[in-house]
Design a protein around this ligand. Structure first.
Ligand code: CP3
Length: 350
């Protein structure tokens, strides 16, 4: 692309990147980009509960839009949480300080069998996406869901901390209970994505597998994580064939072949997976993977950025991002520097 061409709109840059076209530079967004590292988010958060953010479209939209001006990202992700749709399954979800808590976790077959069938209406998340698109029509907006196994971890454990004893007990001792739970969560996750794409008009969706890659290996990863990721992605693809799907896996390094086999359009890898290694494993668009630690200090960014992309040809399809969510202690200045590094790629060589 010549240097005289007008810059692409963020929507066009995203579309071309995902479909294998040529772009002026890679697009960038940051996982958890609307979060506690932003003073403006903390101020808004001090006036509302976290569930207000997930359930009230005007508050969700306000938070979603913040990182455009404050950080300069190209892609928006709707402000919500992977756990919100668990409420529709009758789970009593709250977000006290220290992370999400479910007061009535699912621990046995009887409970799994008695879970209600979820039928989504026009949920608040769809209205949030519509509001964001109205305010920022040039920007692509991503919807998202948790991968079935990651949702199961929270639904079974009931809270974030601890050694994940309950879910691992199901893996070892009651695999059929877990199979049935995962089947039900797969329907919830898929329907939630379809709602965001169809009713909301999301321009892409991301599936977050935050735990499968960390807790499971080999046959267990295949049976309880990869199989259901493929199911969500293929069912979604049938119902929303035009909407690209991103798959994020924490613990991606030895899961690249399984990620490729899901058919996701964009594979989002963690910070322990060199991009050159990921590129050898797949031809798909990659996403990632600066370590969130780097954003604690602006001075670390240029060196770490250079190291991340050494030997990696971004023009084969890359969306710049972190390898996991930005932390509350991150520096806003560091996030901006990350954006600058990506923008500078567009100036090299025309
Ligand atoms: O990226 C964005 O800006 C969009 C919003 C978003 C949130 N959560 C907001 C949030 C997204 C995409 C998520 C996904 C999510 N939520 C995941 C998958 C990604 C990952 O981190 O692996 C998971 C596992 C959850 C569950 C969850 N929600 C946890 C573990 C926590 C507590 C940890 C923490 O950072 O406090 C949350 C709460 C949460 N979700 C916050 C935000 C901004 C912090 C809540 C607050 O403001 O008090």
């Amino acid at each position: 692309m010549t240097t005289n061409a007008p810059p692409l709109s963020p929507k066009e840059r995203y579309r071309l990147t995902v479909t294998g076209g040529e772009t002026d530079r890679p697009p960038i967004w940051i996982m958890r980009q609307a979060g506690r590292y932003l003073p403006e988010y903390r101020e808004l958060r001090s006036q509302h509960t976290f569930l207000d953010f997930c359930l009230r479209p005007e508050i969700s939209a306000k938070a979603t839009l913040m990182p455009i001006e404050l950080v300069g990202i190209d892609i928006l992700i709707i402000f919500n949480d992977i756990l919100t749709p668990l409420r529709n399954l009758g789970l009593d979800l709250d977000f006290p300080k220290g992370g999400p808590v479910i007061a009535n976790p699912i621990r046995d077959m009887e409970r799994v069998k008695s879970l209600p069938k979820v039928i989504f209406g026009d949920e608040p998340v769809a209205e949030s996406i519509r509001l964001v698109s109205r305010h920022a029509p040039e920007y692509p907006v991503l919807g998202f869901c948790g991968a079935p196994f990651t949702l199961a971890v929270y639904a079974v454990e009931g809270f974030v901390k601890g050694d994940k004893e309950e879910i691992l007990r199901l893996v070892r001792e009651e695999p059929e209970t877990l199979d049935l739970l995962l089947e039900k969560l797969t329907t919830v996750a898929t329907d939630y994505l379809v709602l965001q794409a169809d009713a909301g008009g999301a321009h892409g969706v991301q599936v977050f597998e935050s735990w499968g890659g960390m807790l499971l290996e080999d046959e267990a990863y295949e049976r309880f994580a990869a199989k259901w990721q493929r199911e969500v992605i293929s069912q979604f693809r049938k119902r929303c064939p035009e909407t690209p799907v991103h798959l994020y896996v924490r613990g991606s390094r030895n899961k690249l072949a399984a990620m490729d086999a899901t058919g996701a359009d964009v594979l989002s890898v963690d910070w322990n997976t060199p991009l050159t290694e990921a590129r050898r494993a797949t031809k798909r668009t990659l996403q990632g993977n600066l370590s969130p630690e780097v954003l604690l200090d602006p001075n670390l960014v240029p060196g770490a950025f250079e190291e991340m992309i050494r030997g990696f040809d971004w023009q084969q399809g890359w969306i710049a991002n972190l390898g996991h969510g930005i932390t509350p202690k991150a520096s806003v200045e560091a996030a901006r520097r990350f954006v600058e590094c990506v923008r500078a790629l567009g100036k090299e060589g025309g």
